[in-house]
Design a protein around this ligand. Structure first.
Ligand code: HMG
Length: 417
């Protein structure tokens, strides 16, 4: 095969890789230094072709009350107003009784895709050999039974006339368990192939994590929702209407869920979890009945506005990046979460609080008022304001009807004169 310029790049020592990129992309000394300054051994060993640590801001959500306990929740996010909104929603829900969270299931599921097997026969075989298959699965990974209870459920689903799925669900304890279940599935797949002579297409965990489910709910008293113009009951009804629209319209449902994931992803990243797995699980779960819907629902009750959400949160409290990323452990401590169940509950609860704040803003002032107010700092910085100048620029921008890049440039010109 033809040799390409970047072949074997990953085998080069860090400094050589950096120099190659710097010279190929004509980076200035300052740019090269910037990349170099933020390199760490941990990251160099965590991912491939490592170049630099990419810093994202971390902040803390206040007043999140879950199952009677108050939590501070670290969130890693680049978007202004997300943390303010999550804190706002948390405070509103804390004015009721806080958020009630229950983890109903905590198994990691995976599948072995079998091609061309006679499905009833496969079902019978798997059923008759369940104990053997569990043993083979549990024996395949040295830590399965150290972490959790190991293989728990087994089944066969017909996918179409050609394909079937052998589904295995495993209790991986406090770990996310991706490596464990993949090893278990591959071992069982090889055994099935040998025993039955079937064709195995693949063996892999499923990100449709419908067995790692958290249910959260909470009530906001009406008087906490009122504003200058609208009673709390009216705001509550508008939020319930917004929630209804997210159940019937995919355009709105996607945005509604993006608001929820603002909180869930940011907290998951802070705890060192694989947020793509959570995204994938949550988004697929949102269309579990065939129609993509909002994950949360809000309704008016005599006690106030009641919100509820059922969402998969497939995470681990130990292992993987949670063990390696230095901030992950500190963040678990800040949040006061001591096991995977608590961490799942906190992450889902942040999603509900985040959603409440966004909906309240949308049906009252509109999103732009609060959001843009907090965006002004990044608008100022994006247009060249130094940290010393930001406050003065934001004050000047607040007086304008339409803050813009052009406006920042003019304000800076005046300030620097
Ligand atoms: P407000 O009503 O002006 O705030 O809200 P307040 O001054 O009354 O403060 C209420 C609480 O909010 C505070 O309580 C804080 O907890 C928090 P306190 O501590 O004062 O007792 N809070 C803040 N926390 C940290 N920093 C701040 C701050 N300000 C208030 N600077 C706010 C202002 C922006 C919070 C409100 O307008 C809001 O919640 N807006 C929603 C913003 C939002 O959702 N942003 C996400 C990006 S938009 C998006 O991506 C999703 C979306 O499309 C989803 C959807 O469509 O469903 C909207």
């Amino acid at each position: 095969m033809m040799k390409m310029k970047w072949d074997q790049f990953y085998k080069k020592p860090y400094h050589e890789r950096l120099e190659m990129i710097a010279s190929d992309r004509d980076l200035s000394d300052e740019e090269r230094q910037r990349l170099f300054a933020d390199n760490s051994d941990v990251s160099n060993n965590l991912i491939e072709n490592f170049l630099t640590d990419y810093p994202l801001p971390e902040g803390v959500v206040t007043n999140l009350k879950v199952n009677g306990r108050s939590h501070l929740v670290p969130m890693v996010v680049e978007e202004p107003s997300v943390i303010a909104a999550a804190s706002n929603g948390s405070k509103l829900l804390a004015a009721g009784d806080g958020i009630h969270a229950v983890v109903s299931d905590r198994l990691v599921g995976g599948q072995i895709i079998v091609k061309g097997a006679e499905v009833d026969q496969l079902k019978r075989f798997v059923n008759d050999n369940e104990a053997t298959i569990f043993k083979i699965a549990n024996d395949s990974h040295p830590r399965v039974l150290l972490y959790g209870r190991g293989a728990q459920k087994l089944g066969v689903r017909k996918l179409d006339e050609t394909f079937a799925s052998v589904d295995l669900a495993v209790d991986t304890g406090e770990a996310m368990g991706a490596n464990m279940i993949n090893t278990m599935l591959e071992t069982v797949a090889a055994w099935l192939q040998q025993k039955l002579g079937v064709v195995i297409t693949m063996a892999i965990l499923s990100n449709y994590a419908d067995q790692s489910i958290v249910a959260v709910s909470g009530i906001v008293p009406f008087d906490k929702l009122k504003n200058q113009f609208l009673s709390g009951e009216v705001v509550a009804q508008r939020i319930a209407d917004a929630s209804h629209v997210a159940q019937i319209d995919i355009y709105r449902a996607a945005t509604h869920n993006k608001g929820i994931m603002n909180g869930i992803d940011a907290a998951a990243i802070a705890f060192g979890n694989d947020w793509r797995a959570i995204e994938s699980a949550a988004q697929s779960f949102a269309s579990r009945d065939g129609q993509y819907r909002g994950l949360s629902q809000w309704q008016v009750t005599p006690a106030g506005l009641r919100g509820k959400m059922t969402v998969p949160i497939p995470i681990g409290y130990v292992g993987g990046a949670t063990k390696v990323l230095p901030l992950a452990k500190i963040n678990q401590k800040i949040a006061g979460v001591y096991n995977v169940t608590e961490e799942m509950q906190i992450i889902a609860a942040v999603g509900l609080a985040q959603n409440l704040a966004a909906l309240k803003a949308l049906v009252t002032d509109g999103i732009q008022k609060g959001h843009m107010n907090l965006q002004l700092k990044s608008l100022a910085m994006a247009n060249g304001a130094t940290s010393e100048e930001v406050a003065a620029v934001v004050t000047a921008l607040r007086k304008l009807d339409h803050p813009s890049s052009q406006a920042v440039k003019q304000i800076l010109e005046q300030l620097r004169r």
